[in-house]
Write a protein that binds this ligand. Structure first.
Ligand SMILES: O=C(O)CCC(=O)C(=O)O
Length: 252
């Protein structure tokens, strides 16, 4: 193993995330972005509305101004081959196999597997959470790829992470009912103080562990921010209970 890969593995192990700079070509990103704009414009189902996530800043009803704003274009893998091709054929899969130390890699269809969008004016803020709250797997060894289709900055609501938090045991008393980290608790302040912004440029690819605390701000620009988000695991980690049994993981 060369030093470059070894350093990446060590960084990911210690911090729970890794940014590969200039990893994806402009041509691929533009193809994905065109498809996203087309599906947003034509409201291609299935999607989830900002109103449904009910986060700070979300419209409260579907009938008020902004109430029909799309937050996630769901089921990316089956939505269009341009998404599926990237999810199963990109060089990211080689990095994932190394990070997960697996021979067989699976793409999870039932969770994430979406285009996260943050639209101007009606986007919401996502509080601190670990993605494993969504899932029932044998263990926590799942990794997300976050592929921004344009630049992601603090201003347009980039992710923030708490490095190393994937190693932490998190008593439920530190979380609220929706399993978000409670910002009002004094004992959580030391954790929150460690957070970093993950600003990304078009072409970068972010890998992050499903047990890493992360959050994100609102989009305060007048441009849509879109990212293709996919989740993977190795052969030794299978879903124990799936809320969507028909959506089997795809062997990559
Ligand atoms: O608001 C965002 O962009 C982050 C979304 C997120 O972390 C999630 O849906 O798990």
């Amino acid at each position: 193993m060369n030093n470059f890969i070894k350093n990446d593995l060590q960084f990911f192990h210690d911090n729970g995330y890794l940014v590969k700079k200039s990893f994806v070509s402009k041509e691929i990103l533009d193809g994905l972005q065109d498809k996203v704009f087309d599906h947003l414009k034509n409201r291609v189902e299935p999607f989830e509305l900002e109103q449904e996530v009910d986060y700070p800043g979300s419209p409260k009803t579907t009938t008020e101004e902004g109430g029909q704003t799309i937050r996630r274009l769901l089921l990316a893998y089956s939505r269009d081959e341009v998404f599926a091709n990237w999810q199963v054929n990109s060089q990211a899969t080689q990095v994932l196999k190394q990070l997960l130390a697996c021979n067989k890699l699976y793409l999870v269809q039932s969770h994430h597997n979406c285009v996260m969008t943050k639209q101007p004016r009606y986007s919401s803020k996502t509080h601190w959470h670990k993605d494993i709250r969504y899932w029932n797997f044998a263990n926590q060894e799942l990794i997300n790829t976050w592929l921004p289709l344009g630049n992601e900055t603090v201003e347009n609501g980039c992710l923030q992470v708490i490095p190393g938090s994937h190693h932490w045991d998190t008593p439920t008393a530190r979380l609220d009912q929706r399993l978000f980290l409670r910002k009002d608790l004094q004992e959580n302040q030391g954790w929150l103080d460690k957070s970093v912004d993950v600003e990304l440029q078009k072409g970068d690819l972010l890998f992050f562990h499903a047990a890493l605390f992360h959050s994100a701000g609102r989009n305060q620009t007048n441009q849509s921010k879109n990212a293709l988000v996919s989740t993977y695991h190795g052969e030794e980690n299978q879903e124990t209970v799936s809320p969507f049994p028909d959506l089997k993981a795809v062997l990559v």
